[in-house]
Design a protein around this ligand. Structure first.
Ligand code: GLA
Length: 387
């Protein structure tokens, strides 16, 4: 998607042209789920679906925003950010404004802006449409307000916006993937040190595709499951006397089992084994290539299904039918409780896998899934235009 739709929406609404256009990709997490807020490891990638934010500073304190996914203009103010929480989609860009202020931008001394936002990242599919908004907006405002913040700082700003203003207790993985991704690579992320390493994931060269299998079932992070899983992990770490579950490894599992109740033990076991699988996957990609990670993807899915209990029947059917039809590996991706699975598929098996997943979902009486390929894409960027 190029920026023409965002610029046309901008011109229709505000007239004239934007002076900065921010691009923020969604992400697919290859492996490492619910590890980020445990200071652990994850291996996400930015994808070739993105949010585009066309922005122009104004000579007022107002923030006027439109988008192509809801009608109507949100008209807010730099002096009224406390209201942002109740403003639906607008909480994401306004949350970024607030978090830029927390990070040192003097909001009493910057101009307001007009913003038109266009997205081809499906909402609710587990592909981080919210992080995509945050990084597109953060890149544009960082440039227009001369904030000179680096990508890691902008990732933290996106997470702050999400945690405090939107109210979702998420980790740093989505924003890091969106801001730090590179075409042809996955990003190995150490969520404690925030060190990153680019891991080659050149699917085209290997004759492979990564298919998104969107179950079209909803997931709601701010409520319920996500928060309760996070609480279990924190409780487990406290009982075990460690700062975060990152501090435990597979060798600790017998001791962990002796100290925790059965459910908390399984939650903790998922995180411990998942961290190891991320490191093993990165190693397999470095040493052998994408065809070597199928078993690890499947083990990750089973751990989320059985130990962390965040999968759904729809996701389980999508994963099992994809693998039975020739996928090298498959797993649910993202926060869970709905959304998408991903399947790593040889080019020659794409049609068979897609047909098999569709047939299995229909047979089970589930909604028809959306199936499409994604590529590891470049992270967020900004184009500054002459004013
Ligand atoms: C959501 C959150 C992330 C991460 C994943 C699970 O996408 O936003 O921070 O916790 O779930 O891995």
């Amino acid at each position: 998607m190029d920026s023409s739709a965002a610029e046309a929406l901008f011109a229709r609404t505000f007239s004239g042209t934007p002076t900065a256009v921010g691009f923020g990709p969604g992400r697919v997490n290859l492996i490492g789920e619910h590890t980020d807020y445990n200071d652990g490891f994850a291996l996400p990638m930015a994808i070739d679906h993105q949010v585009i934010a066309a922005v122009r500073l104004s000579d007022t304190r107002r923030i006027r925003m439109v988008t192509d996914f809801t009608a109507g203009m949100v008209d807010s103010s730099l002096d009224d950010l406390a209201n942002a929480t109740s403003l639906g989609w607008a909480a994401y860009p306004l949350g970024v404004v607030w978090a830029l202020g927390e990070a040192g931008v003097d909001l009493s001394d910057v101009p307001g802006f007009d913003l038109a936002l266009v997205s081809d990242v499906p909402v609710g599919a587990g592909l981080s449409s919210s992080a995509a908004i945050e990084s597109a907006v953060a890149m544009a405002l960082n440039a227009l307000w001369d904030a000179h913040l680096d990508r890691l700082a902008l990732a933290k700003i996106g997470q702050r916006a999400e945690n405090v203003v939107v109210g979702a207790p998420t980790g740093i993985m989505d924003q890091s993937a969106s801001l730090l991704g590179q075409q042809g690579y996955a990003v190995l992320l150490d969520c404690r040190s925030l060190a990153t390493e680019l891991i080659p994931f050149d699917l085209a060269a290997e004759g492979l595709r990564l298919l998104v299998l969107d179950t079209k079932t909803s997931h709601a992070h701010a409520s319920g499951g996500y928060g309760s899983r996070r609480a279990s992990c924190e409780q487990g770490a406290a009982t075990l006397g460690v700062a975060a579950l990152r501090d435990l490894g597979p060798a600790d599992l017998p001791r962990v089992q002796a100290l925790l109740d059965e459910v908390t033990y399984r939650r903790v076991r998922h995180v411990i084994t998942e961290n190891q699988r991320v490191l093993d996957t990165a190693e397999a990609l470095r040493e052998v290539g994408p065809r070597a990670i199928g078993e690890l993807m499947l083990a990750s899915h089973e751990s989320m299904r059985d130990d962390f209990e965040i999968s759904t029947d729809e996701l389980d059917v999508a994963v099992a039918s994809a693998v039975a039809a020739g996928a090298i590996g498959a797993r649910m991706t993202g926060g869970g409780f709905g959304g998408s699975a991903i399947a790593l598929v040889p080019d020659e098996a794409i049609a068979t896998v897609e047909a098999a997943v569709r047939a299995a979902c229909a047979k089970a009486g589930f909604a028809a899934p959306e199936v499409y390929p994604v590529l590891p894409a470049a992270g967020a960027r900004v184009e500054v235009r002459p004013g």
